[in-house]
Design a protein around this ligand. Structure first.
Ligand code: NAG
Ligand code: NAG
Ligand code: NAG
Ligand code: NAG
Ligand code: NAG
Ligand code: NAG
Length: 646
């Protein structure tokens, strides 16, 4: 994001003229606000931001304010737009324009938000002298109502201010040069400060001189604009605007504070509606943990019994236990994983670690609410993920389901999982190894965002301290790094290997080891080396070629048999965010490891493949949490799929 408040007008005008010449109208679409993205589909100019506004990485959400008191945040499109263009001589006529944006307001305390967010059209993006609180970062006390403001704002206000005649604490208003709205309406049933992603549309028809505003919750409407606008207001913006106007957003906090987020924005100058935002590809917000966060708590068995109505709704089962759906008081949807007897040792280890594992918080990790022990069973309470696990979609025999997993959704899921792994590997106070990254451990929320689940196998070890050698090989065939199979030692590089298998799986739509015993990495290498297509044919050619090429290179690179040759998850995130194959180094070709008495990777794979029944169990992956475990020293045939995976 550019931080200088004064844009270079000459450069910006050139940029604008280029746009206008190319299309006779200006349109732009931001799906997330990444400053680093270089793909052709998203080479938008960086927004000009000011005050508390900041881009959240890695997802590219723009946060206008956090929950600190009395902040202002601004974000504007860097070039001014000719909003009075097309006027006949002597007449001031405003051009038609349309915009759609996705935002969320997350209050510091549930139900008490402050203050609000506004879409703004103003002659100067600096909005000098503007105040926070009820002024929404738009105006100062002295210039409210002054006609020389030339300001249009559409406010989404969460505080009822009596001085400005606000109708309630959840309203939408059209403001002309003032904070006393010229038109306003209650947003209800939409709750602006629910923390949910909300879509808003502002359409102005320059001929009819009619300004419409619509709002809808993104999840419930799948991005569709309501049939009728919330506000339809007759106004001649020709009397408000000057020749060149800046468009953007402002938000403020007061004594009460909310975080105000923007996830996407599209705009069209000229009639015809703004380009629709693709809700599924917008970055999704970090999940709320009731404001206070906190470590997972211990549940009473009776509470879980009640929440699951007596463990009635079975939604999945694995080698170790079953998963039930339930609802906590307060309406939080949960999945209760009940881990069975066999693995008491695993349960003891897990409970010992729950205090630290449970503090992990990342928007792309499945949230653990708490646990309960009952006669040696362990019950784990997670957020319920309505769209189940990635493999269910990727390998659904129902082609309609598989087809709904578009390239955009797939690529975003890879970025989500990569960001969760960087967090585990580098951003927390301990290095956390996941040790079982695979498609069935990637769960999908209502917006099809990916969340990594199942931390039962993760072990903590201090930064910089060698991981003490473990005695079990833990992981799933096809995702298991060759050195882990040899030594039993898990490392961040082994998670990277598993992630590489996941990338190739998602890109190619094939399992890491297919039922025809084809090892996906080998297959992808052959195709790649021969210049063939690796991307899933079921996408029917509908994918971003640059992103796909970058993903294939990343997948192959992560899958290198030698751990030091693999990238780090941070590098992976950079390359996937860039989505530019030219920026990803050529993956080093996999040399076959020399086997000096040890079992080599290829021997391991091939002997394992021929041991039919356990392989079939792991390869089918029908269960959500199937894990294969071998003891060390092991023979491939001693692999079982019975170890606890939580
Ligand atoms: C946007 O900002 C980033 C980071 O400052 C910079 O690397 C990038 O080149 C900028 N992109 C454009 C299109 O200006
Ligand atoms: C909120 O943003 C302000 C302004 O950018 C910053 O000074 C403050 O440290 C932030 N607070 C938190 C809790 O991040
Ligand atoms: C309105 O603003 C202009 C420009 O800042 C200023 O000159 C003028 O005095 C203001 N008018 C009123 C009534 O405050
Ligand atoms: C908007 O409201 C102000 C008073 O607050 C009034 O002076 C102005 O004429 C109104 N504009 C329109 C277009 O209704
Ligand atoms: C505004 O809404 C009205 C219905 O109230 C509709 O007739 C009109 O076409 C809409 N105009 C725009 C620009 O969306
Ligand atoms: C994901 O879940 C939501 C909410 O249950 C549902 O509306 C949507 O259709 C699902 N998406 C896919 C691609 O299955």
């Amino acid at each position: 994001m550019r931080r200088h408040p004064k844009p270079n007008l000459a450069v910006l005008l050139l940029h604008l003229l280029f746009h206008l010449a190319a299309s006779q109208e200006l349109t732009f679409t931001y799906s997330g606000f990444h400053t680093t993205t270089t793909t052709t589909t998203t080479n938008n100019p960086n927004l000009t931001i000011n005050g508390a506004a900041t881009e959240l990485r890695p997802d590219g959400i723009l946060r206008l304010t956090n929950e600190t008191s009395r902040l202002i945040g601004h974000a504007f499109y860097p070039s001014p737009l000719p909003l009075l263009a097309g006027a006949a001589a002597g007449e001031k006529k405003a051009a038609s324009f349309s915009t759609e944006f996705a935002f969320a307001v997350v209050p510091e305390y549930p139900k008490l938000g402050g203050h609000g967010l506004a879409f703004v059209v103003a002659p100067d993006p600096r909005l000098a002298g503007a105040l926070p609180s009820q002024y929404l970062g738009l105006l100062s006390a002295g210039d409210v109502g002054n006609f020389s403001n030339h300001l249009l704002a559409v406010e989404f206000d969460t505080v009822q201010d009596f001085d400005f005649g606000d109708i309630n604490d959840n309203h939408v208003g059209v403001d002309l040069n003032s904070l006393v709205s010229n038109a306003s309406a209650s947003a209800s049933p939409v709750n602006i400060k629910s923390g949910d992603t909300i879509l808003a549309w502002v359409d102005y028809d320059g001929d009819a001189k009619l300004l419409n505003v619509s709002v809808a919750p993104a999840a419930a409407t799948a991005g569709r604009k309501p049939a009728a606008p919330l506000i339809s207001f007759r106004v001649d913006l020709g009397e408000i605007f000057v020749d060149e106007m800046f468009v953007g957003f402002s938000a403020s906090t007061g004594l009460l504070a909310s975080s105000h987020y923007l996830m996407g924005w599209s705009f069209r100058l000229g009639g015809g509606g703004a380009p629709p935002l693709d809700v599924a590809s917008l970055p999704s917000l970090p999940r709320l943990d009731g404001g206070s966060g906190g470590t997972p708590r211990r549940f009473d068995y009776s509470d879980l019994h009640r929440a699951t109505r007596g463990f009635r709704d079975l939604v999945g089962s694995g080698g170790f236990g079953k998963v039930y759906r339930g609802v906590l008081p307060g309406g939080v949807d949960i999945a209760v994983k009940r881990v069975s007897h066999e693995s008491r040792q695993g349960i003891r280890e897990f409970v010992a670690e729950i205090g630290s594992i449970g503090r992990l918080r990342h928007r792309h990790l499945v949230h653990l609410h708490g646990w309960c022990r009952r006669h040696g069973d362990l019950l784990l309470v997670y957020d319920f993920m309505p769209n189940a696990s990635l493999d269910k979609h990727l390998f659904s025999p129902d082609h309609v389901i598989a087809k709904r997993l578009t390239w955009r959704i797939r690529y975003n899921i890879l970025r989500h999982v990569a960001s969760a792994l960087v967090y585990l590997h580098e951003e927390w106070d301990h290095v956390v190894l996941h040790r079982d990254v695979k498609a069935s451990n990637v769960l999908l929320d209502a917006d099809m965002a990916g969340k990594l689940g199942d931390f039962g196998l993760a072990k903590l070890y201090e930064h910089g301290v060698e991981n003490p050698s473990t005695t079990r090989v833990v992981g799933t065939l096809g995702y298991l790094a060759p050195e882990v199979a040899r030594t039993g030692k898990a490392t961040t590089a082994a998670d990277v290997f598993a992630f590489g298998a996941l990338v190739l799986e998602v890109v190619a739509g094939r399992r890491p080891i297919s039922s025809e015993e084809v090892v996906l990495v080998d297959w992808a290498w052959e195709r790649y080396a021969a210049g063939g297509e690796v991307v899933d044919a079921r996408l029917g050619g509908e994918f971003d070629a640059g992103e796909a090429a970058a993903a294939v290179k990343v997948g192959l690179w992560c899958s290198h048999p030698s751990p030091p040759a693999r990238p780090t998850m941070r590098e992976v995130v950079r390359f996937l965010d860039g989505g530019d194959p030219a920026e990803v180094p050529e993956p080093p070709p996999p040399l076959r490891p020399v086997c000096s008495g040890e079992v080599g990777y290829y021997d391991f794979m091939h002997s394992y493949k021929s041991s039919s029944s356990p392989a079939a169990a792991a390869v089918d992956g029908v269960t959500t949490t199937q894990t294969s475990v071998a003891t060390f020293p092991y023979s491939p045939l001693s692999m079982r799929s019975s170890h606890v995976s939580i």
